[in-house]
Design a protein around this ligand. Structure first.
Ligand code: HEM
Length: 86
């Protein structure tokens, strides 16, 4: 849910642009491309996954296009990250 929200927000709800950038990240996750800074600070850089181009495309599509049902706890948890400082 956080990946979905942050990508859509930072890429101005432009789904194809968000997807293209997520595909670039998934092809080679590096620190300079990170958008989820609080998650990165807590858990570090995610591992590079052994995915082919179709899998990268499909994962990006799911993460961008899914309309997640946001549970109540998520928003209060999310606010606790104090995102302005990240
Ligand atoms: C198919 C599997 C996975 C997909 C599609 C996926 C996708 C993503 C995407 C798109 C982001 C956002 C990157 C950003 O900050 O701009 C992200 C972040 C993250 N992922 Fe994954 N991920 C996967 C598996 C994993 C695994 C296996 C781990 C841990 C072992 C992991 C840990 C993290 C963490 C800690 C972050 C936040 C920090 C960062 O951006 O690296 N992910 N993931």
């Amino acid at each position: 849910m956080a990946v979905n929200q942050v990508y859509l927000r930072l890429y101005d709800y432009n789904m194809s642009f968000a997807m293209e950038n997520m595909k670039i990240f998934l092809s080679n996750p590096t620190e300079d491309k990170i958008l989820l800074k609080p998650a990165f600070k807590l858990f570090g850089l995610m591992p590079k996954l052994d995915l082919n181009a179709t899998e990268i495309h499909n994962f990006s599509r799911v993460l961008i296009e899914t309309e997640f049902e946001i549970p109540d706890w998520f928003n209060s948890h999310y606010k606790s990250h104090d995102l302005n400082k990240s």
